[in-house]
Design a protein around this ligand. Structure first.
Ligand SMILES: Nc1nc2c(ncn2[C@@H]2O[C@H](COP(=O)(O)OP(=O)(O)OP(=O)(O)O)[C@@H](O)[C@H]2O)c(=O)[nH]1
Ligand SMILES: [Mg+2]
Length: 345
């Protein structure tokens, strides 16, 4: 790396844009030199050699680049930029703060950060919730149960089958919470053979493999359909039928559609809400055809903790029904038991 690289307005030779051919997407030579330099480092794959040590001194330049009209005009067309992480704006808006030596990530920063995938495509994290403070007049059904141990396992669906040893970890598991991103329906990933595969179809295949695996025989499954916010926005411009599995989606939409409201799923639903129900039913039918059991489904916006809490509360209810199943028939016990209502929103 060249330390103290200077990006002055005259720019390095050969990099100056003439007035000809300028568009709203053209940046000045100085910023162009800086972004070309960044790109070169990224292409060289030598990021570790430059970052994080050098990042601090470039923070003002990155901030300037981000605020530049040409970059903002480009960002407005982000739906055409496949590789741009959705959370780019969140971090770029905070670049100067984040690059301060005393920066401590907030809970929200952590929530917005991309997960780090280990080289074998598997990551694990065990967690539980602390014992709640004893308090009067609080409905304890909303509180986390400190006795419950959660294991968060991130597997790259495309690598399933290469190394299934991790399945042995599931011996004492009572419920599998399987998470799928709704907004994956038009996205692609490279599978083990180097071919591009639709990410929703990859998740479907992975789901089929997991629910039919002997380790999970007779186990309850809660499917979390996540990234509903991105999905609702995307479905207005990208048809759901882009994913082959959803090619019979043809919703009847009332003219007076409500604005998106996660709690208002049944009255005057939005296109996103109709599509969520359609996808949930697709998974439910798939699950019952494979296992002869009922799949529970929850709708989540991962960046809104309250929706995650709701889904976890639903999972605790499922465990409770399970415990009480010998004494109470499910249908007597809860309104959640009817198939049409086995969704949590
Ligand atoms: N807008 C939005 N972002 C979410 C939601 N849930 C998670 N995210 C973001 O999605 C990113 C998760 O990144 P990863 O852990 O790489 O997972 P992923 O990108 O969904 O999955 P991969 O395709 O395997 O990379 C983080 O930036 C999260 O903040 C959600 O419901 N809505
Ligand atoms: Mg990602």
């Amino acid at each position: 790396m060249r330390k103290n690289q200077s990006f002055n307005d005259s720019g390095p030779s050969g990099n100056t844009d003439g007035n000809d051919g300028k568009t709203i997407y053209s940046v000045c030579p100085r910023l162009k030199a800086f972004s070309d330099w960044l790109l070169k480092i990224m292409v060289s794959g030598n990021l570790e050699a430059v970052f994080p040590a050098a990042t601090r001194e470039y923070a003002p330049l990155i901030e300037e680049l981000w605020n530049n009209a040409a970059i903002q005009a480009t960002y407005d067309r982000r739906s055409e930029l496949e590789l741009l992480p959705i959370v780019a704006s969140y971090f770029l808006e905070r670049v100067v703060d984040i690059l301060r030596p005393d920066y401590e990530p907030s809970d929200v920063d952590i929530l917005y950060a991309e997960g780090v995938t280990s080289s074998n495509g598997l990551s694990f994290l065990d967690f539980s919730f602390p014992k709640p403070e004893p308090a009067f007049d609080i409905d304890t059904t909303d509180q986390h149960d400190s006795q419950i141990r959660y294991q968060l396992i991130r597997v790259q669906a495309r690598r399933f089958g290469e190394n299934c040893k991790w399945l042995e970890m599931f011996e004492d598991v009572r419920l599998v919470i399987f998470c799928v991103a709704l907004s994956d329906y038009d996205q692609f990933a490279v599978n083990g053979d180097g071919a591009f595969v639709n990410k929703m179809l990859l998740s479907k295949k992975f789901f089929e493999n997991i629910v039919t695996h002997p380790t999970f025989d007779q186990m309850d499954f809660l499917l979390i359909l996540n990234k509903f916010d991105l999905f609702e926005e995307k479905i207005e411009r990208v048809p759901l039928t882009q994913c082959d599995w959803f090619n019979d989606f043809c919703p009847v939409i009332s003219r007076q559609r409500s604005n998106s409201n996660i709690n208002n799923i049944n009255s005057n639903p939005s296109l996103g809400q109709l599509a969520f129900h359609y996808i949930a039913v697709k998974f439910k039918r798939l699950y019952s055809s494979l296992t002869d059991r009922k799949l529970y489904v929850a709708l989540v916006k991962g960046l809104e903790p309250v929706t995650v809490d709701e889904a976890l509360k639903y999972s605790r209810e499922i465990l409770k029904w399970d415990e009480e199943r010998p004494t109470f028939g499910l249908s007597e016990y809860s309104t959640y038991s009817t198939d049409a209502s086995s969704f949590s929103h």
